[in-house]
Ligand binder design. Structure first.
Ligand code: PGA
Length: 255
C-alpha cells in the first residue's frame, strides 16, 4: 500500500505570525508521519520559523527552487539553501509558475534534477488546460509533460518523486474534477510511468490529485485506487480544515 501524502500549498499567503499560529494548531491534530506524509509548502521567508516544527507528523516543503546550485540569479532560491534549512520537499512545475514565470517542461526537468541532487523530494505538478480536456487531448498533453519533465531520470530517482495531477481548470476555481475523472487520469499517468520506468516504479509512485480539494470532496477522492493524496491550495490555509483532510487520508490506510 502506498503511504498517502497530503501537501498544503500556501502560495503567497500567510505572514510569519499566521504561519506560526497555523503550525501550532495543526501539529496537534494531523496524523503521525508513519501513517500519512503531511507537508506544508511555504514561502522561503517562513522556512526558519516553520522548520523548527518539522517532526513526528509534519514535514516542511518549499514552493520552488532554481535549477542551479549557485550563481548570479537575484531573487532565486537554490537547492543547497533549502537543504541547509532541512527542507524535505519542494513543489516543482506548479501551473501558476508555468504560466506566470514561463517555466517550460525543460526548466521543470532541470529543477527536478537540482532537487534530487540536493536530497529534496520533488512534488512535480502537471495537468491540462480546459480546452485540452474539452477537445479530448488530455492524455496526449500529459504524455508530453511526463516524457519531458522526467527526461534522463532513473527508476531509482522516480521512487523519490511525487506527482501532483492538477487539471489547470480546477485550480482555485471551486471546480473539482469528479473523483472518477481524477482517478482515471491518475491511472493514465501511472500507466505512462510504467511504460517509461517499469511496472514496479508505476506501482510504487505516489500520485496526488490537486484542484479545489476541500473537506467536502476529500473522502471521495481518497477512496479511489489511483489517488494517493492531495495537493491543496485554498483549503490548506485553515488549520482545522487541513487537519481534517490529513485525517481523511489516514482512513484510507486503515482500509
Ligand atoms: P486549490 O489550489 O486547492 O486552491 O485549487 C491547488 C494548487 O494550486 O495546488
Amino acid at each position: 500500500m502506498r503511504k498517502p501524502i497530503i501537501a498544503g500549498n500556501w502560495k503567497m499567503f500567510k505572514t510569519r505570525d499566521e504561519a506560526l499560529f497555523f503550525i501550532l494548531k495543526a501539529a496537534e491534530s494531523v496524523p503521525n508521519i508513519k501513517e500519512v506524509d503531511t507537508v506544508i509548502c511555504a514561502q522561503a521567508p517562513l522556512m526558519r520559523c516553520l522548520i523548527k516544527r518539522q517532526g513526528e507528523n509534519l514535514r516542511i516543503g518549499a514552493q520552488n527552487l532554481h535549477w542551479a546550485d549557485e550563481g548570479a540569479y537575484t531573487g532565486e532560491i537554490s537547492g543547497p539553501m533549502l537543504k541547509s534549512y532541512n527542507v524535505a520537499y519542494v513543489i516543482i512545475g506548479h501551473s501558476e509558475r508555468r504560466a506566470m514565470c514561463f517555466e517550460t517542461d525543460e526548466i521543470v526537468n532541470k529543477k527536478i534534477h537540482a532537487a534530487l541532487r540536493n536530497d529534496l523530494l520533488p512534488i512535480v505538478c502537471l495537468g491540462e488546460h480546459l480546452e485540452e480536456r474539452l477537445n479530448g487531448t488530455t492524455n496526449a498533453v500529459l504524455f508530453d509533460q511526463l516524457t519531458k519533465d522526467f527526461a534522463n531520470l532513473t527508476a531509482e530517482d522516480m521512487k523519490k518523486i511525487v506527482i501532483a495531477y492538477e487539471p489547470i481548470w480546477a485550480i482555485g476555481t471551486g471546480k473539482t474534477a469528479t473523483a472518477e475523472v481524477a482517478d482515471e487520469t491518475c491511472g493514465y499517468i501511472r500507466t505512462v510511468i510504467g511504460q517509461l520506468f517499469g511496472s514496479t516504479t508505476a506501482e510504487a509512485i505516489r500520485i496526488q490529485y490537486g484542484g479545489s480539494v476541500n473537506p467536502k470532496n476529500i473522502d471521495d477522492l481518497m477512496s479511489k485506487p489511483n489517488i494517493d493524496g492531495a495537493l491543496i491550495g485554498g483549503a490548506s490555509l485553515d488549520p482545522d480544515q487541513f487537519a481534517y483532510m490529513t485525517n481523511a487520508a489516514r482512513k484510507r490506510v486503515s482500509k
